[in-house]
Design a binder for this molecule. Structure first.
Ligand code: ATP
Length: 371
């Protein structure tokens, strides 16, 4: 069984009037994997704890499968929560730790098969006889996951479960968590402040700030169509370039974006994203330009759908499969980062363009964000 979780206009106010969650609404379908993403203190953990029943809801409604659940005791919610600090019992083996929730439920019961099946799912059959002190961080986290899933909960609530692990293990385990929760078909709410983790995991990502969801949607949509500057800047590595600019009235019907020291003319016909610029005419805007949407090219290589921004290459960061090129453009803020693909001519070009030489940056197809 898996459950639908809904929050309706939920607010949490801690003592001293700390508003941790502010009129938040969220509908999570059965079997869905939703990630709550945001900076430290934005209220992610509080949302999870309210769903789990570990924190009272100040106002608003929590519905589990459509039933009001604000007052349902935590133990009756059939939810399993895994925390950042996986508290395993140090004097119990993996087997005993995983079987613990079952033993609490019915003390005399033989749990061997259930524990073995859970251990098989997590690939930890060989570790069941060991004490936590004899396990690595990643192995301990798997045992903690085992303890959470052994009762086959109807939903998982995971609070930064990988943040104690090193980068390599984190990447591996997050793929495993995604596979496991999909295999079990269990509704999952996953809290993280790591945007790369969020983007790789969820069916939907909810970006939070100051107790409010700023945007919720599939990772690709949040990345490509951020609804405001905060979301644009919080999501994506390298960080999006945010350039201040003004939209000018067209003389010849082609819109101009004025970056102060230089202007670009938008290609015609305007794309749907650019259409909204007509209403911004004469106003200051922030242009969001993802690194991969800009590349180094000469004016001769321009296509009709591209716009040219002149700049000077300041620095090239080799990153293996691509290079990050820092370009000063005279726009404000002055520096723009563009990615160079690994094609040999492109790489040669980037190397040749040392500081002081003009390097046109083309294909300015970033999304235009109103301020
Ligand atoms: P982090 O990523 O650092 O865990 P978070 O996004 O999970 O942060 P919360 O832990 O939900 O944020 O905290 C949200 C806000 O509520 C913060 O301002 C925090 O200081 C405050 N807060 C959390 N717990 C309490 C509490 N028990 N009493 C008072 N204020 C609290």
């Amino acid at each position: 069984m898996t459950r639908a979780i809904s929050l309706r206009d939920v607010t949490k106010i801690y003592p001293r009037d700390v508003v941790a969650v502010n009129r938040l609404s969220l509908d999570i379908s059965p079997g869905e994997f939703v990630v709550l993403l945001g900076p430290s203190g934005c209220g992610k953990t509080t949302v999870l704890r309210m769903i789990a029943g570990l924190e009272d809801i100040t106002s608003g409604e929590l519905l589990l499968d459509g039933e009001l659940a604000n007052a349902v005791p935590p133990g009756e919610r059939q939810l399993a929560m895994v925390f950042q600090h996986y508290a395993l019992y140090p004097n119990m083996t993996g087997q005993q730790n995983i079987s613990f929730p079952l033993k609490i439920e019915s003390p005399g019961r033989d749990t061997t098969n259930q524990v073995r099946e859970t251990a098989r799912l997590l690939g930890i059959e060989d570790l069941l006889d060991r004490l936590p002190a004899q396990l690595s961080g990643g192995e301990r986290q798997r045992v903690a996951m085992g303890r959470a899933i052994v009762r086959r909960p109807s939903a998982f609530l995971l609070d930064e479960p990988l943040s104690n692990l090193d980068a390599k293990l984190r990447t591996r385990l997050r793929a495993e968590i995604a596979t496991l929760t999909r295999h079990l078909g269990v509704t999952t709410v996953y809290v993280t402040h790591d945007q790369a983790e969020a983007m790789s995991l969820g069916d939907r990502v909810a970006v939070m700030r100051d107790g409010v969801i700023q945007q919720i949607g599939p990772a690709r949509e949040v990345y490509q169509r951020p609804e405001n500057v905060f979301v644009a800047a919080f999501v994506g590595t390298p960080r999006i370039n945010l350039l201040r600019a003004a939209v000018h009235a067209p003389l010849d019907g082609r819109l101009n974006i004025d970056f102060g020291t230089q202007r670009i003319q938008l290609p015609q016909p305007l794309s749907p994203d650019h259409q909204m610029l007509r209403v911004q005419m004469g106003r200051e805007i922030t242009v969001g330009l993802r690194s991969e949407a800009a590349r180094i090219a000469s004016p001769q290589e321009m296509r009709p759908t591209e716009a040219l921004l002149n700049g000077v290459v300041q620095h090239v960061e080799f990153q293996g499969h691509e290079s990050l090129v820092h370009v000063s453009t005279g726009a404000h803020p002055a520096r723009v980062e563009g990615l160079e693909a690994p094609r040999p001519p492109a790489a040669r070009r980037a190397r040749g363009q040392r500081a002081g030489r003009k390097a046109p940056l083309r294909r300015l197809v970033g999304r235009y964000l109103s301020r």
